[in-house]
Design a protein around this ligand. Sequence first.
Ligand SMILES: C[S@@+](CC[C@H](N)C(=O)[O-])C[C@H]1O[C@@H](n2cnc3c(N)ncnc32)[C@H](O)[C@@H]1O
Length: 280
Amino acid sequence: MDNDDRARAINTHYTPGDLGAAILAGLIAQGKNPEAPALDDLAPVDQFHTGGKAATLELAQLVPLSAGTRVLDVGGGIGGAARLLASQAGCAVTVVDLTEAYCQVGEMLTRRTGLGQRVTFQHGDALALPFADQSFDVVWTQHATMNIAEKARLYAELARTLRPGGRLAFHEIMAGPNAPIAFPVPWATDQRISFLWPPEEVRSLLTGSGWREQTWVDKTAASLAFFEERLAIFERAAADLPPLGLHLLLGDRFGPAFGNMVRNLRKRRVTVIQAVFERA
Ligand SMILES: C[S@@+](CC[C@H](N)C(=O)[O-])C[C@H]1O[C@@H](n2cnc3c(N)ncnc32)[C@H](O)[C@@H]1O
């Protein structure tokens, strides 16, 4: 698959319909103001990773964030983490994402939450970031690198855009000891856009290319509990799903993808790692 095919496949995977309209309709159905939603109103749908809002706040505790911090959220989706970091710490967050529709929906939601001065979106590829060297103090990724095959190039790009002493904070799905995984999963319907590396290979790549490890935590058990809970809610709800949730992002694939995540985590086919590295 060449770069254009890969970008097309990722855009198709993450764009099941008119996501912006579905989110606004969901807000109205929940009695919320679609013109000025609170961040918590959006949290069921804008935190597209294991552990939801709590996982974003946990990772944020591990990096220094304040009003002057320049953060890059790579593969930041519709910007849930970016808005949360900007509102909690006052930092400026740039989201870069390969899925064009996510950037548009993210911009629309950010404008409505009143955070447009601090959170901006840029359509682009993590493998060729459209930013000058050393533009950021913190580079952040949550559940985005699974779609990226060229890990060495990815982390080299992240290092290039970080200032020396800056931090890379991530919360990522990696291979488990018992791969291969069962598809579909939330990030791919088949292996064409899924590239999980064993955690120790990611760790050696980073430590061998000038990154200093600060934190490395295996979050697989907590992730299994999260997916089991979400799957149970989904199964209980049957056809009557809540107006806002991750099913809006995954369409009909939601049930099978969450079922497979429970199986993949139980059988240790995938691992979830939370980590922070410092750029030398
Ligand atoms: C599962 S979503 C996670 C979104 C967000 N980080 C969150 O936690 O809510 C994965 C995101 O990674 C993005 N992505 C995948 N490959 C990418 C690449 N090469 N460059 C930039 N973004 C990419 C996808 O478009 C998608 O928005």
